[in-house]
Design a protein around this ligand. Structure first.
Ligand code: SF4
Length: 387
């Protein structure tokens, strides 16, 4: 049976137009209002261990990471940058603190961009002319990465603590030094661990410049807390069109950061949704184990690249409605599951067969979409709902 996916060709709505910015290229990835919001992460390996670092970059690439940052705290790390930048499949940004000489090493090594932290590089301002010259010669953008934990001591003395005003003043001061040398290939971040301070700082920065902004809640914490803090803060900013690239900082493997970042963008329709499980929270009316069902369906469809909404619902109260709205769904009850495909009941199966039937149907839809060329055209937002 051929399934009419009935997908709209128009893009899904977003909450706000992107703030207009300058555009720049981080290797092959465009950053700015004319390009999609990109997702970044950072390796946790010793950069000088080239194989381990490239292995982690490969994992990040497979998880959907657009740009990766590597730390460069020693000469051995600086020496490894050329090989890493050459072999990585995604653009590599070198992250430099303390030693200006590594900024030049990273540019020479062919890194796609360099992140500098003016608060942590002694006499940084004296080096701006040379850095701008080297970066211009190599076409390397610079991220001015201001961080509450390492604010320029002059501004810390002036404001007493890393307020939004202090973070913004630091960033704009450094950007102005580059601008004096006619260098504008800059993106800026003003990170703070407190989402309220961070959001305010980015709002102020967005009003005062047109550089692309890299969003981050720094030291956001372990996975659960960090995910919530980053989601809330990024959501508040992205909902106003502020933010051109994001990094979710978690005390967790970097692949987890990428997954969260992608989910945030998908939730705001800033990136096409792929697999979306719509499952109910369950309640006293549930006639199946919704948690188990949702988990099994999620695990069975993990890695599916097609945009598909799957509804997994626990009873007949909202089940048929949600299942009908999804690309694929099940409304459960009385030990059975009614399987919906694009609003139509295609079969009723015993509870024990619900998961395998949903997975089979999802695979069939994926195959049909691939054959019809719908995926290549980038059209379609299938949805699976579990109730
Ligand atoms: S769909 Fe049914 S089981 Fe699930 S939360 Fe709603 S009423 Fe409860």
């Amino acid at each position: 049976m051929t399934v009419d996916l009935g997908m709209p060709a128009t893009p899904p709505p977003v909450l706000a137009e992107r703030r207009k910015t300058r555009q720049l290229m981080v290797g092959s990835v465009g950053v700015g209002s004319e390009f999609p919001v990109s997702v970044q992460s950072m390796t946790t390996t010793v950069t000088a261990d080239i194989n381990a670092t490239l292995q982690q970059i490969a994992e990040l690439t497979a998880s959907g990471c657009d740009i990766v940052r590597v730390a460069c705290p020693s000469q051995d790390d600086a020496d490894a940058l050329a090989a890493i930048a050459r072999k990585s499949q995604i653009p590599v940004i070198a992250d430099i603190h303390f030693q200006p000489k590594y900024v030049f090493a990273a540019i020479e090594a062919g890194c796609a961009a360099v992140r500098v932290n003016p608060g942590n590089i002694k006499k940084f301002d004296d080096k701006v002319r040379e850095i701008a010259q080297a970066a211009r010669d190599h076409g390397t953008p610079i991220r001015i990465g201001v961080n509450a934990g390492s604010l320029d001591p002059r501004l810390l003395a002036k404001y007493g603590k890393p307020t939004p005003e202090a973070l913004v003043e630091s960033a704009l001061w450094e950007a102005s030094l580059f601008a004096e040398h006619d260098f504008h290939d800059i993106k800026i971040s003003v990170k703070h661990h407190d989402p309220v301070v961070m959001v305010r700082a980015y709002e102020m920065l967005a009003e005062q410049c047109d550089y692309p902004l890299h969003l981050g809640v720094t030291e956001a914490g372990p996975a659960f807390q960090g995910t919530i803090k980053s989601s809330v803060a990024f959501g508040a900013l992205l909902a106003k069109g502020i933010g051109d690239t994001i990094r979710v900082s978690l005390s967790a493997p970097p692949v987890e950061e990428v997954k969260v970042g992608i989910q945030i963008l998908q939730s705001l329709n800033l990136r096409p949704r792929k697999l979306e499980i719509v499952s109910c929270p369950s309640c006293g009316r549930a006639q199946v184990d919704v948690y188990k069902l949702a988990e099994e369906v999620t695990a069975g469809l993990e890695g599916m690249e097609i945009p598909l909404r799957v509804a997994v619902m626990g009873c007949v109260v909202n089940g048929p409605g949600e299942a009908r709205e999804a690309d694929l769904g099940v409304a459960s009850g009385n030990g059975k599951g009614q399987i919906f495909v694009k609003g139509q009941v295609v079969k009723t199966v015993p509870e024990s067969k619900i998961v395998e039937t949903l997975i089979e149907e999802a695979m069939r839809i994926a195959e049909e979409m691939t054959e019809s060329g719908e995926l290549a055209a980038g059209v379609g937002q299938p949805v699976v709902t579990v109730s």
